[in-house]
Ligand binder design. Structure first.
Ligand SMILES: NC(=O)c1ccc[n+]([C@@H]2O[C@H](COP(=O)([O-])OP(=O)(O)OC[C@H]3O[C@@H](n4cnc5c(N)ncnc54)[C@H](OP(=O)(O)O)[C@@H]3O)[C@@H](O)[C@H]2O)c1
Length: 293
């Protein structure tokens, strides 16, 4: 098991991407602290995990990521229930699409507060409980960003601004906490079949083909939480790049895709742009190659 006895906290884990990561982490042996504002959803995820009978502990707490006292209280309770944290995934997020000149000003602030302050509050509240004394076993702080960073979208100005802002936040935190053995990394998905994107239709089986199933993101988070990513720091993992890597791997002759070292020159020759985007993430490519086989 990849994450046996690791303690992982996930915000926004009542549904969507957070729920999917929580279940994947439990299957790999991690104990979990789950946060959102909706207790019913959290309890459903907890029940699903307990039914797996992997023996992991699951603690659920309702808290609004925009309310520092609530988040502080929830993280304190997770520490009491689980012990020191090995990883935190700041995943809770919110979006609304509308003409910018008509966009409700309070909504703009709400989106920025959930998507930016919420990430900062999660780090600040987790900091006292993050393991900091082992450079061979660093703590992981992972942010769910968005492909809106580098690909801004019309009618999504607030959301786009918030997802640019968290990249700056990550850069600053990664520099500041390197010496304390805490790494910061981000997963930047394109479109995913969740309530945020498809409202009540999420998970109805009719998602457009370009929209990912939340499960397709699990491997990025599992990699970042695993021992294999101990030295991965301040990385931006664009799911679109790795979608193309998967495609290419499926067409690559077996001897040229045995591992990153042999695949690297093949990738550089056949997809130079993707190679240049992901060349520092060879360990993740190896992780994907091993998960395919
Ligand atoms: N879906 C996509 O296409 C897509 C693409 C790129 C990036 N993302 C990012 O993925 C992350 C997860 O979104 P999702 O797609 O899984 O959406 P989702 O299904 O709507 O889930 C969002 C989760 O965040 C929680 N949440 C929202 N506001 C919160 C708050 N103020 N305090 C605490 N929890 C809060 C929600 O629970 P409650 O409402 O019960 O609190 C829910 O558990 C977000 O950061 C989003 O920006 C999504």
């Amino acid at each position: 098991m990849l994450l046996k006895e690791k303690n992982i906290i996930i915000t926004g884990s009542g549904r969507g991407i957070g729920r999917s990561i929580a279940i994947a982490c439990a299957k790999e042996g991690a104990n979990l602290g789950l946060i959102s504002r909706t207790l019913d959803e959290l309890n459903k995820v907890k029940d699903e995990i307990l039914k797996l009978r992997t023996g992991v502990k699951v603690s659920v707490k309702t808290a609004d990521v925009t309310n520092y006292e609530e988040i502080e209280g929830a993280f304190k309770a997770f520490h009491e229930d689980l012990g020191e944290f090995n990883g935190v995934i700041a995943n809770a997020g919110y979006s609304r699409m509308w003409n910018s000149h008509e966009f409700d000003s309070n909504k703009f602030s709400e989106i920025m507060t959930i998507n930016v302050s919420g990430v900062f509050f999660a780090f600040k509240a987790a900091y006292p409980y993050l393991k900091k004394n082992d450079k061979n076993n660093k703590s992981r702080f992972i942010i769910t960003g968005s492909a809106a960073f580098t690909n801004p979208m019309p009618k999504l100005a607030a959301y786009t601004a918030s997802k640019y802002a968290v990249v700056g936040l990550q850069n600053a935190l990664a520099l500041e906490y390197k010496k304390e053995n805490i790494t910061f990394n981000m997963v930047l998905p394109t479109q995913v079949d969740t309530r945020m994107l498809r409202g009540g239709k999420a998970g109805d089986g009719n998602k457009p083909p370009n929209v990912m199933n939340p499960k397709e993101l699990n491997e990025y988070y599992l990699f970042l939480l695993s021992d294999k990513a101990n030295k991965t720091d301040n990385a931006l993992i664009f799911t679109s790049d790795f979608g193309e890597i998967r495609n290419l791997l499926s067409k690559t002759p077996p001897l040229k895709r045995e591992n990153w070292e042999v695949f690297k020159p093949y990738l550089e020759e056949n997809a130079p742009k993707i190679y240049s985007n992901i060349r520092k993430l060879g360990k993740l490519v190896d992780f994907i190659i091993n998960s395919i086989e």
